[in-house]
Design a protein around this ligand. Structure first.
Ligand code: FAD
Length: 677
C-alpha cells in the first residue's frame, strides 16, 4: 500500500496531491531496497558497501592514459581564466576535448566513443573540476544529461543516428526547465500531441536554462502529453521525452545565454518550440515515461556534479594549505595557529570523505545496482554542500588575497556555488532523501497505526470492529508489538553488524552500528511525535535525511580506508589521519542531528518566518526583483538592467551534417556577438 492510498489526516489536499505526483513520478519500487533505504530500517547491507568498488585493470589503464593527456592539456594550455573573463568556452577547447575522446568517453566504442564506465568518467570530471568549473559543467551537461537518455533508453536506430555525432562532433543539451518549471519538474507546460496519422508529434512550449542549448546538435526535450491511463480509462497528463535537432522548423533559440556568478563560460539557452513536427521515431523510451527518463539521467548528472566540486574542493584545500604554510604573520607561518589548523584538518578530511562517497556511488552505478536514487541524491547534497564549505574555508584562510581574481581561488568559489541549486536543489533533495528513503517503513508504521488506533471520524462500532479484527491478525500484531515496544517502552532493537576486513577498524564499525540503530529509532520516534504532520515538516525531514546521508558517508569512508589498509596502497598514514578526522566530524554531526530532533528552534522559527514574510509583503514590489512568471505579481517588480549586463541574443543553429559543417569548430561561425547596452 502506498502513502497515497493511506488516509492522511491533517494534510492539505495540495500536499496530498504533491505526494501522489511524486509517487507516480518515481514509478514502481525496485524489487530489493538499496543501501540507503535499509538504513531507515536500522539495517546495514554489507553486501553493497563493505568491499570498496574497484574498476578492472584494463579500464584503469585506459582511463589513466586519458588522465595523463588531459592533465598535461589542463595545466599547460587550457584557458580557464580567459573562459571566465570572456564568458565563453572557445570552440578550439571544445574541439580539443572531442579529439581527446573526453566528450564521448562513456559512449560505447561501437558508436565511436571510448566506452569507459561511470567511475572513469567521474575521475575525469574530478580532474576537470579542479581546473575549470565552466568546462566541467559543459562536459557534464553534454554527457550526463544531454545525450545520456539515448545511451540508456535509445532504440538501436537512435543510437546509430546520434551517438557517433555526440561522441565526436557536436554538443547536446537537456531541456527540462521552463519559466514556470524549476524545482517542480513534473509541472511541464510544454506539450506534445501525436498527429492524427501517428507519424509525428507536434511540440509547443518554451524551455529555459538549457546548458549549451545554443551550441548543440541535439536536444532531449521533456513535454506533457495527454494519455489514457490504462487503470482508469481516463486521460491524464504524462511526460514524454523526445529527441529534437536544431534544423527542425519551429525551433527558435531566442536567447543564447545570460551573465552569471560563476561557470561563466557555460551558456544557458532559452528555446521556443512552435508547432515543431518531431518524427515519431524520435520518441525516447515510451510515451508517458519522460519523467523517468529525466530522473534516471539526473542520477548521472548528480554524480558528475559531485565529481566536479570534489576536484575543486581538493584544489582549494591544497592551494590554501600551501598558502598558510608560506604566508607569515605574527612572526610565524599562519599554519602555526590552531584555528587555521582546524580548517586545514577539516578541508582535507572532508575531501577524503567526498572522494570516498563519490567513488562508492560510481561503483554502484557501474555495477548496475537498481535502487540508487536516494544514494545519488545523498551524494549530490553532501558533495555540493560540504565542497562549498571547504572552498569557503580555503577562502577564509587565504585572507584578502584569496578574494583577488588573479589568485584564482575566487573563481573556484564562484564556480562551485551553483551545485547546491541545480539538478534538484538541496532543499528539495533533503525531504526526498527522507521521504523516499523512509517510505516503506513509514507506510508499514502507518498501516499498523491505522489498523489499531481510534479514528474520531469513524463510528464507535466501526472503530471497535476494525481494532478487534486487526488485533487478532498475526501479520498486523507481528509488526505492531515490536513497534509498540520501541515507541512506548523505550526498547531499542539490536544494532546491525558492520563488517570490516581489518580488526583495527572494529571500533569504527561498532560506532557506525550504533548510529544506524539509533537513526532508525529516531525516525520511528519522529513519526510517532508528528504523525501525519511529518509529511509537511521539512525541518524534521531534513534532520533525518541528513543523518542517513552522513551514515552513507561514514560507510563509504570506512570501506575505502579498510581497502587502503588491506592493500597498503598510497600514503596510508596520511589517509588514516584524514579518515579518523572525517569519521569524528560526521559522527558528531549525526549525534547533533538526533539531539536537534528534540531540542530545536522550530517553534520560534515559524513566527519569525511569518514576521519576515509580513515585512516583505509591506515593501513595494517595484523596489525588488520578482520572478518573470509569478502567477500573482509578474511584471510588477524592479526592471532588470539589460543596458549594463552583457546580453547574449538568440541565434540560428544548423544541423551538423557529418562533414564538419556544424561541428564544434563551426559553431563559432553562428555564435552571436555579445551585446552590451
Ligand atoms: C547555470 C544553470 C544551468 C542549468 N542547466 C540546466 C539544463 O541544462 N537543463 C535544464 O533543464 N535546466 C537547467 N537549469 C535549471 C535548474 O535545474 C533549476 O535552476 C533548478 O531546477 C531550480 O529551479 P529554479 O531555479 O526555478 O528554482 P525554484 O524552483 O524557483 O526554487 C528556488 C529555491 O526554493 C527552494 N525550494 C523550491 N522548492 C522547494 C521545496 N519543495 N521545498 C523546499 N524548498 C524548495 C530551494 O531553495 C530552491 O533553490 C540550470 C540552471 C542554472 C542556473
Amino acid at each position: 500500500m502506498g502513502i497515497d492510498t493511506l488516509k492522511l489526516k491533517n494534510v492539505s489536499e495540495q500536499d496530498q496531491k504533491m505526494i501522489r505526483d511524486i509517487e507516480t513520478m518515481m514509478g514502481p519500487e525496485p524489487e530489493a531496497m538499496g543501501f540507503a533505504k535499509n538504513l531507515f530500517w536500522g539495517r546495514f547491507r554489507n553486501d553493497l558497501v563493505s568491499s570498496y568498488p574497484v574498476v578492472s585493470k584494463e579500464e584503469k589503464a585506459k582511463c589513466d592514459a586519458l588522465l595523463t593527456e588531459l592533465e598535461a592539456y589542463l595545466k599547460n594550455e587550457h584557458p580557464a581564466m580567459e573562459i571566465d573573463r570572456d564568458q565563453e568556452i572557445p570552440e578550439w577547447v571544445v574541439k580539443r576535448l572531442f579529439d581527446m575522446g573526453v566528450m564521448g568517453m562513456t559512449v560505447p566504442e561501437e558508436y565511436g566513443g571510448l566506452g569507459l564506465g561511470i567511475t572513469s568518467y567521474n575521475r575525469v570530471l574530478e580532474m576537470i573540476g579542479a581546473h575549470c568549473g565552466s568546462t566541467g559543467v559543459m562536459v557534464s551537461a553534454h554527457q550526463s544529461i544531454g545525450c545520456k537518455a539515448i545511451m540508456l533508453f535509445g532504440s538501436e536506430e537512435q543510437k546509430t543516428r546520434f551517438l557517433p555525432g555526440v561522441a565526436r562532433e557536436y554538443l547536446s543539451a537537456f531541456c527540462l526547465s521552463e519559466p514556470q518549471v524549476g524545482s517542480d519538474a513534473a509541472g511541464q507546460e510544454t506539450t506534445c500531441v501525436l498527429s492524427e496519422d501517428g507519424s509525428h508529434y507536434i511540440l509547443n512550449g518554451e524551455k529555459k536554462w538549457s546548458t549549451s542549448g545554443a551550441l548543440s546538435g541535439m536536444y532531449t526535450v521533456m513535454a506533457n502529453q495527454m494519455l489514457v491511463d490504462p487503470k482508469t480509462g481516463k486521460e491524464r497528463k504524462k511526460i514524454t521525452a523526445l529527441i529534437c535537432t536544431p534544423d527542425m522548423d519551429g525551433i527558435e533559440i531566442f536567447e543564447s545565454n545570460r551573465s552569471k556568478t560563476g561557470i561563466r563560460g557555460t551558456w544557458q539557452a532559452r528555446l521556443r518550440f512552435t508547432n515543431v513536427r518531431v518524427p515519431r521515431e524520435n520518441l525516447l523510451h515510451k510515451e508517458g515515461r519522460g519523467l523517468h527518463v529525466a530522473l534516471t539521467c539526473l542520477n548521472f548528472g548528480r554524480c558528475t556534479l559531485s565529481a566536479g566540486i570534489t576536484g575543486a574542493a581538493k584544489y582549494a584545500a591544497d592551494q590554501s594549505t600551501k598558502w598558510v604554510r608560506t604566508r607569515h604573520q605574527f612572526g610565524r607561518p599562519l599554519s602555526d595557529f590552531e584555528l587555521v589548523q582546524q580548517r586545514i584538518a577539516r578541508m582535507h578530511a572532508i575531501t577524503y570523505a567526498m572522494d570516498a562517497l563519490l567513488f562508492m556511488m560510481t561503483g554502484m552505478l557501474d555495477r548496475g545496482d537498481e535502487d540508487i536514487m536516494v544514494e545519488t541524491a545523498m551524494t549530490k547534497v553532501f558533495c555540493s554542500q560540504l565542497g562549498w564549505e571547504t572552498i569557503d574555508d580555503a577562502m577564509e584562510i587565504m585572507g584578502g588575497e584569496g578574494y583577488m581574481t588573479e589568485n584564482e581561488l575566487e573563481r573556484t568559489w564562484r564556480d562551485n556555488r551553483i551545485h547546491r541549486i541545480v539538478e534538484g536543489s538541496n532543499e528539495v533533495m533533503q525531504p526526498f532523501i527522507f521521504g523516499y528513503g523512509g517510505k516503506q517503513l513509514a507506510e508499514q508504521m502507518m498501516t499498523v497505526q491505522q489498523a489499531l488506533t481510534w479514528d474520531s471520524d469513524e463510528s464507535f462500532g466501526a472503530n471497535v470492529g476494525r481494532i478487534l479484527s486487526n488485533a487478532v491478525r498475526p501479520r498486523v500484531m507481528g509488526r505492531a508489538i515490536p513497534l509498540a515496544m520501541q515507541l512506548f517502552a523505550g526498547y531499542r532493537p539490536s544494532a546491525p553488524k558492520v563488517t570490516v576486513a581489518n580488526t583495527e577498524l572494529r571500533g569504527h564499525a561498532a560506532r557506525l552500528e550504533r548510529l544506524v540503530r539509533d537513526h532508525a529509532h529516531w525516525f520511528k520516534m519522529a513519526s510517532k511525535w508528528y504523525k501525519e504532520e511529518i509529511v509537511t515538516r521539512q525541518a524534521v525531514q531534513a534532520r533525518l535525511g541528513d543523518s542517513a546521508m552522513y551514515l552513507f558517508v561514514l560507510a563509504a569512508s570506512l570501506s575505502r580506508f579498510d581497502r587502503t589498509l588491506t592493500e597498503q596502497s598510497g600514503n596510508v598514514e596520511r589517509d588514516r589521519a584524514f579518515f579518523n578526522h572525517a569519521f569524528d566530524l560526521f559522527e558528531k554531526r549525526i549525534l547533533s542531528l538526533f539531539r536537534e530532533l528534540r531540542v530545536n528552534a522550530d517553534d520560534t522559527m515559524f513566527a519569525a518566518a511569518d514576521a519576515g514574510m509580513a515585512r516583505a509583503d509591506a515593501l513595494p514590489n517595484a523596489d525588488f526583483y520578482i520572478h518573470e512568471s509569478s502567477p500573482t505579481d509578474a511584471g510588477t517588480g524592479k526592471p532588470v538592467r539589460t543596458d549594463i549586463v552583457p546580453q547574449f541574443p538568440g541565434m540560428k543553429r544548423d544541423m551538423p551534417n557529418g562533414d564538419g559543417a556544424g561541428s564544434a569548430a563551426d559553431v563559432a561561425d553562428t555564435k552571436p556577438e555579445l551585446e552590451v547596452g
